[in-house]
Design a protein around this ligand. Structure first.
Ligand SMILES: NC(=O)c1ccc[n+]([C@@H]2O[C@H](COP(=O)([O-])OP(=O)(O)OC[C@H]3O[C@@H](n4cnc5c(N)ncnc54)[C@H](O)[C@@H]3O)[C@@H](O)[C@H]2O)c1
Length: 255
């Protein structure tokens, strides 16, 4: 069996939301494992820094300016990687937008934005890469959900709906594509030490404190710990796992 250090040798990966947090940690983990990595997000300077880190590890890197709420930009990004590097072996749908808000205080524009960035973009990205993956009979897709979509919590009804939608989408699409040899899975983070969780701490300190009190290990997860699960699902060692959701949450939720 190949060692995890070289388990993505020669593979081509595309990671949305790759400019920071879990996406950045995944880009580094993939590059260490031997993959060439394209990172896609809205801010080119941040993406270029991650791309430089990937190159520093001896792999090819591409920084793609993409707003995932625009389907055309998603399709264009996938095409650019395929045209330049020949194919996409691994897609990590990681871009996400979080908003803690009492449900009755939200409005339809906000709900639509949350659903578009967190759920529709995953669907569109999958559509953009699937033809090539099916044709080559090879592809790994890892969708980043959230335990808000599995266990539920206050202030996250629409975000949780989007994330729960990702879990259901993943399970269904996995059924449809398993016969082509594809693996489509979810990683579902709990509370992870990134800009996203820090924003919850700043905007809703009491809520964040209440959640953090539930942490059995009394610490947040690190983005690298989520990236490790994503990396495993991207390898051929996980070839018989599809349609599944793995929580990386320090044991806090039982869902
Ligand atoms: N941090 C946590 O506690 C936590 C918990 C559960 C799930 N998650 C999920 O993990 C994923 C990564 O989050 P993170 O914690 O690294 O947060 P983060 O805010 O650091 O990173 C989010 C990434 O998504 C990108 N993004 C957001 N909107 C975008 C858009 N419209 N177009 C393109 N890119 C966009 C950002 O630029 C950034 O690169 C998200 O899907 C998030 O929902 C995080």
């Amino acid at each position: 069996m190949a060692s995890t250090q070289s388990s993505l040798e020669g593979k081509v990966a595309l990671i949305s939301g790759g400019s920071r947090g879990i996406g950045r940690a995944t880009a580094i983990a993939f590059a260490r494992a031997g993959a060439d990595v394209a990172v896609a997000s809205r801010k080119l300077p941040d993406l270029e820094k991650v791309a430089d880190e990937v190159r520093g590890l001896g792999r090819k890197a591409m920084a793609l300016k993409v707003d995932v709420s625009d389907s055309k930009q998603i399709h264009a990004a996938a095409r650019e990687v395929e045209e330049n590097w020949g194919r996409i072996d691994i897609l990590v749908n990681n871009a996400g937008l979080h908003l803690v808000q009492r449900f009755t205080r939200g409005n339809e524009d906000e709900w639509e934005r949350i659903l578009t960035v967190n759920l529709k973009s995953h669907i569109v990205f999958c559509r953009a890469v699937l033809d090539g993956m099916i044709e080559r009979r090879y592809g790994k897709i890892i969708n980043v959900a959230s335990d808000a979509g599995r266990a539920g919590s206050s202030g996250q009804a629409v975000y949780g709906a989007a994330k729960g939608g990702i879990v259901a989408f993943t399970r269904n699409l996995a059924m449809e594509t398993a016969r082509f040899g594809l693996n489509i899975n979810c990683v579902s983070p709990g509370m992870i030490n990134t800009a996203m969780w820090n924003a919850v701490r700043e905007d809703s300190p009491k809520l964040a404190e209440a959640y953090e009190r539930l942490l059995p290990g009394k610490r947040l997860g690190e983005p690298e710990e989520v990236a490790a699960a994503i990396l495993f699902l991207a390898t051929d060692e996980a070839a018989y796992i599809t349609g599944q959701t793995i929580s990386v949450n320090g044991g806090v939720f039982s869902a």
